[in-house]
Design a binder for this molecule. Structure first.
Ligand SMILES: Nc1ncnc2c1ncn2[C@@H]1O[C@H](COP(=O)(O)OP(=O)(O)OP(=O)(O)O)[C@@H](O)[C@H]1O
Ligand SMILES: [Mg+2]
Length: 254
């Protein structure tokens, strides 16, 4: 349902100190395939290329080379249709604090072309699943980080997307709040959606993901079920695999 074939993306940036132009090869030939009913964990250190990959899948950025398809639609030529089939939760999403969740969901439903009754029904159902039903008519000025994130998640899913890509959905959340989000990911899976989740929370990835891929320096390593990956690298945890890859990457660039 979500397919990437040999995707590349580079940025021309200016070095802060020397002011010289340099090229950052953020994504260097990533291929992956996420099927309906599958949760794929995209892991990797800061600056590895995870968000860039997700932004390209969401059609917010074009790859320099390679092909990305969501539900069989090429993101370069069918960006609008792709966005109609996909939920993208970014790391920097904000809520409009002067609104209540119900009001915000109505506004976003309209923007996504969902009729108001359906948007309200889906939105309230999602907020109920996320344990926020007592707060649907409360202004969000007083909301905690977790409560705001739950509203953002409900808002991202209003249009019944077939593909779901969440960038660090549990960062900044306590373990209980994180669990409600992870439980929702499991529901997404059971409903047959294809899910990609970026995270730094390795134990969570081990528990929740059917497959994980680790991005290092823009390249994908170890695209496999977590247990299989641990077995193949003779490691006890994904953290350990992470350290191994970091050491290999340092040796290769030395
Ligand atoms: N719009 C942009 N312009 C220039 N450079 C960019 C841009 N977006 C990303 N980069 C660079 O591309 C590289 C990959 O960034 P990206 O945000 O994809 O990493 P990430 O894996 O999501 O990291 P993190 O875990 O910190 O979120 C970094 O070196 C980053 O500075
Ligand atoms: Mg990121």
């Amino acid at each position: 349902m979500i397919q990437l074939r040999d995707v590349h993306k580079s940025f021309d940036v200016r070095d802060r100190k020397t002011r010289k132009k340099k090229r950052v090869d953020a994504v260097q030939g990533i291929s992956l395939d996420v099927k309906p009913g599958e949760i794929y964990g995209l892991l990797g250190p800061n600056g590895a290329g995870k968000t860039t990959t997700l932004r390209m899948i969401a059609g917010l950025m074009k790859p320099d080379a390679g092909v990305i398809e969501v539900c069989g639609l090429d993101t370069r030529t069918k960006g609008e249709e792709v966005r109609g089939k996909l939920a993208y939760l970014a790391t920097d999403m904000q809520v409009y604090e002067r609104f209540t969740p119900r009001e915000q969901l109505r506004i976003f439903g309209e923007m996504q072309g969902v009729d108001p009754a359906t948007a309200e029904r889906r939105g309230l159902h999602l907020l109920d699943r996320l344990g926020l039903s007592d707060f649907v008519d409360v202004k969000m000025t007083s909301f905690s980080t977790g409560q705001k994130q739950k509203v953002n998640i409900a808002r991202a899913l209003l249009h019944d997307p077939k593909a779901v890509i969440f960038d660090e959905p549990t960062t900044g959340l306590d373990v209980l709040t994180a669990k409600t989000v992870l439980d929702l990911l499991q529901v997404m899976k059971q409903e047959g959606r294809a899910v990609i989740v970026c995270t730094h929370a390795m134990p969570m990835a081990e528990d929740v993901c059917d497959r994980v891929g680790i991005i290092f320096d823009g390249k994908l390593h170890g695209d496999a079920a977590p247990k299989e990956l641990l077995r193949s690298r003779n490691a006890r945890s994904l953290d350990e695999v992470f350290f191994q890859l970091a050491a290999e990457s340092e040796t290769a660039s030395a």
